[in-house]
Design a protein. Structure first.
Length: 257
């Protein structure tokens, strides 16, 4: 059984009416997407801004519920799962955002932020949570002494590494990384990508890596799905997508890479 199964998922939004008596236009942000992900696999999802990638990420995380279709994580339908059950499942399903400030509280030291997802484990005491946070900071090549510092004391690349440490602290089965290096300098991007790849291989976590940059996605993925206007227009192993792309849109992405 796949760890993640996305079955004909759709998410549509009603937009403001252009005229008082006209029907409200509909944005088909995700429109009939089907994908699967095996345990320990890395699936890259690539497409231009507005292609529906981030909406799909929110559906995978259970932040939004689909209008049609199903997102199944380890056999659980996230669209119908009660909120209490979804919270219980959350430690196994984590996300890294483009802006690390989305997961790091600027008013708290980073040690607290890294340990915060562990609060759901009621069998884990404060000292054990602190030790786990220190371990995870070391895994992302920072020091346990950094636990007492605040997010503004770190560079952008360091903050993203802290966000990765936080996401992996609960030992998740799936990590969704939504444009995790887009806001970083090119040289820093390479360090964060190498770190993510190393941690994914070491920990065996499955990952969905989302980006507008085909070259970045190809550097870290086992398979690539190309997304355009809410749909998957091409999907296959990295080598196939790079050497023999079938879709014209994929070739356009190559031209802008």
């Amino acid at each position: 059984m796949s760890l993640l199964s996305i079955e004909a998922v759709a998410r549509h939004y009603r937009l403001p009416r252009r005229r008082l008596l006209s029907p409200a236009p509909v944005l088909r942000a995700v429109d009939g997407v089907s994908l699967s992900l095996a345990r320990g696999e890395v699936l890259g999802i690539v497409g231009e801004s507005g292609s529906g990638k981030s909406t799909l990420a929110r559906l995978i995380m259970g932040f939004e519920r689909p209008d049609a279709g199903a997102v199944r994580f380890d056999g659980h339908d996230l669209g119908t799962l009660p909120q209490a059950a979804l919270r219980t499942l959350r430690p196994r399903l984590q996300m890294v955002f483009q802006d690390p400030f989305d997961s790091l509280d600027p008013r708290r030291p980073v040690g607290w932020s890294v340990a915060e997802p562990l609060l759901q484990d009621r069998g884990m005491g404060a000292e054990a949570r602190r030790a786990r946070a220190a371990e995870m900071l070391e895994r992302v090549r920072l020091s346990p002494a950094d636990m007492e510092k605040y997010p503004h004391e770190f560079s952008g690349g360091q903050r993203q590494r802290i966000a990765i440490a936080r996401a992996l602290a609960t030992d998740p089965a799936l990590l969704v990384a939504d444009e995790p290096v887009a806001a970083l300098d090119v040289s820093v991007q390479a360090h964060v990508l190498n770190l993510l790849s190393e941690l994914q291989a070491t920990l065996g976590v499955a990952m969905i890596f989302i980006s507008h940059d085909l070259a970045v996605v190809a550097s870290i993925s086992d398979r690539i799905a190309v997304m355009q206007r809410g749909r998957i227009v091409e999907e296959g192993p990295v080598r196939q997508i790079l050497t023999a792309p079938r879709a014209e849109y994929t070739r356009t992405l190559f031209a802008h890479a």
